[in-house]
Design a protein around this ligand. Structure first.
Ligand code: DGJ
Length: 570
């Protein structure tokens, strides 16, 4: 399915009418309240479908086939000129893109949106949507994108301090001037987005700050921080804990319980002593601050807004990893402190991708992956999160640097996602889809078993030279590079006894999981494509390609879609 940007139509209308876009924007901002209300309702927003959260853009749910730019790319229109068409050719529909506080507000109160406007214009020209990243008070724990007038005025804009009273290059979340300056700039940005993009919705969602975290100490040791740390835990947090006691994330529940379920007291009295409590304390204050920034932005333009986290290296303690960010074990603290933030998102750079994806689709938090390590697995990871986790979107980091095999694989994977988008969106949140991905890189000894649509699916990930499936199916040519090719995909139960299976390197057999005749046969398997949401059948695969009805196989080294019908016999 191709998403056409209504903005293109709008631009044409504007030109025919002899208006400039700026003139249209003036009209827009001066509109009477009922018109504004209509525009507001048409803004990108989140909605529930069953257990899923969907991002709705221009009245229709939207799957983000994204990629995040490297940190410096969006600071130059010239640099980006060749990048946009490359990303569009890779079948992205959305670019996740830094916007830098220091370039937006080089002098206090003086805003410069020329670069930003150029980026919006060029994204539109290439049919791409944008998710701006607000690189402001914090970027990977540090405050490197704060404007010079902030960085050089430590008295007015204080830093977090270590135990020796030395400042770190981390703006303190305990200071009113800091949060006011950031919130003012973010509000100006969102006001500007409303003015230049209020109707076109090139900007569909916004990330507030980037990988907030405390490192190398587990907390700010300044006098302002100490005072709050030794004071009472805020009543809002206590009330949240009491109200949500049974569904709290296990680490928080355990810490609160171990300290005696207290409903008043200092942070150490309520949660115990140690770096884990330092982290809870910092998380609360980072989240309060971020909530103020988010609220100021939403007051100008109410787009979905989220925060992202650097994840924890196994065995590391708070202070050793960027702690107190929007991590899964801190979800409740972030939620209680930052109700304006719509969801928390992981940046996945560790090999246990499946585990981290699972940990973020909890307690109503939808999965959106703004950053994942760029590499050959991206295509199957994307299919997996859309099938398994009803993900809003997926976005490898440094996308413009994708070349060769990772680029081609991602393009092929995103092509499948694009074809399947209407089907995926229709089935989200209803328990009618599954994602397929090996849990580890170790060779698989037993098939993965998944329940779907009244059947058990036994999934083997093809290692072409070694799997019995491949040996039993010698007629199926597999390209040489398939030995190290990624394997994975998704399955949709589209009707009784019928599945759509998409991906690469999969061998699937079926067992019955509902009353009736005990044995399962393959009635038909057909490969094909979806064009504008409609199935265009290709080859009929009931011989060698299904091992004469024994299994479904999507060979490695290529990305396919098959529609499969099953039947039952005694
Ligand atoms: C995660 C950060 O969010 C990005 O901005 C970038 O610094 C990458 N790490 C680099 O791997």
């Amino acid at each position: 399915m191709t998403h056409t940007l209504p903005g293109r139509r709008f631009t044409r209308r504007v030109k025919r009418g002899g208006f400039t876009l700026a003139a249209a924007c003036v009209l827009l901002s001066a509109c009477a309240p009922p018109v504004c209300a209509r525009q507001e309702s048409a803004l990108p927003h989140l909605r529930r479908q069953g257990t899923a959260t969907q991002l709705v853009v221009d009245g229709r749910p939207f799957l983000v086939r994204g990629g995040e730019l490297g940190n410096s790319s969006s600071s130059s229109l010239e640099y980006m000129r060749g990048v946009w068409p490359k990303l569009a050719a890779m079948k992205l529909n959305t670019v996740v893109m830094p916007v830098y506080w220091e370039l937006i507000e080089p002098a206090e109160g003086k805003f410069d949106f020329e670069l930003f406007d150029g980026l919006i214009r060029d994204a539109r020209r290439n049919g791409l949507r944008l998710v701006p990243l607000w690189f402001a008070s914090w970027k990977n724990s540090m405050s490197c994108y704060a404007p010079a007038w902030v960085k050089t005025d430590q008295r007015r804009f204080p830093r977090a301090e270590d135990a020796a009273g030395r400042g770190m290059e981390i703006l303190s979340p305990f200071n009113e001037e800091n949060v006011k300056a950031d919130a003012r700039a973010f509000a100006a940005l969102m006001r500007h987005v409303r003015e230049v993009d209020g109707r076109e919705h090139t900007v569909i969602m916004v990330q507030v700050e980037n990988e907030i975290g405390m490192i190398p100490d587990s907390r700010d040791r300044s006098a302002a921080a100490d005072k709050l740390f030794n004071g009472p835990v805020p009543q809002e947090l206590i009330s949240y804990l009491e109200k949500n006691k049974e569904t709290l994330q296990p680490e928080l529940r355990a810490a609160w319980g171990a300290a005696g379920w207290k409903t008043r007291g200092s942070w150490e009295e309520v949660f115990g002593r140690g770096p884990a409590t330092d982290e809870l304390f910092m998380a609360w204050h980072f989240a309060r601050y971020t909530n103020r920034v988010t609220e100021a932005g939403k007051a100008e333009l109410n787009l979905p807004m989220y925060v992202n986290a650097a994840l924890i290296r196994p065995g590391y303690q708070p202070g050793q990893y960027p702690s107190a960010g929007p991590l899964p074990h801190l979800l409740d603290v972030w939620r209680a402190a930052a109700p304006q933030v719509d969801f928390l998102a992981p940046d996945i750079y560790f090999p246990n991708f499946v585990e981290w994806a699972r940990r973020y689709q909890v307690s109503g938090n939808p999965l959106f992956i703004p950053e994942v390590q760029l590499g050959p697995l991206n295509a199957v990871q994307a299919l997996y999160v859309f099938g398994r986790h009803d993900a809003i979107g997926f976005s490898p980091f440094s996308i413009e640097s994708a070349e060769g095999q990772p680029r081609d694989l991602l393009t092929a994977g995103y092509d499948l996602v694009e074809q399947l988008t209407p089907l995926i969106l229709e089935h989200q949140g209803k328990g009618e889809m599954a994602g397929l991905l090996p849990e580890t890189s170790e060779p698989q000894r037993v098939p993965q078993r998944l329940r779907l649509g009244g059947y058990w699916l036994n999934v083997t990930y093809e290692r072409p030279s070694s799997t019995p499936a491949a040996q039993a199916n010698p007629g199926a040519a597999t390209p040489a590079q398939a030995n190290d090719a990624p394997t994975g995909g998704l399955v949709v139960a589209v009707g009784p006894d019928e599945f759509v299976i998409a991906g690469t390197g999969l061998v699937i057999t079926f067992d019955a999981d509902s009353p009736g005749a005990p044995q399962v046969g393959i009635l038909s398997a057909q490969e094909g494509k979806y064009v504008d949401g409609r199935w265009q059948p290709g080859r009929w695969l009931n011989g060698d390609q299904t091992h004469q009805g024994r299994h479904i196989r999507l060979p490695s080294g290529r990305f396919d879609i098959q529609r499969v019908k099953l039947y039952r016999y005694r």
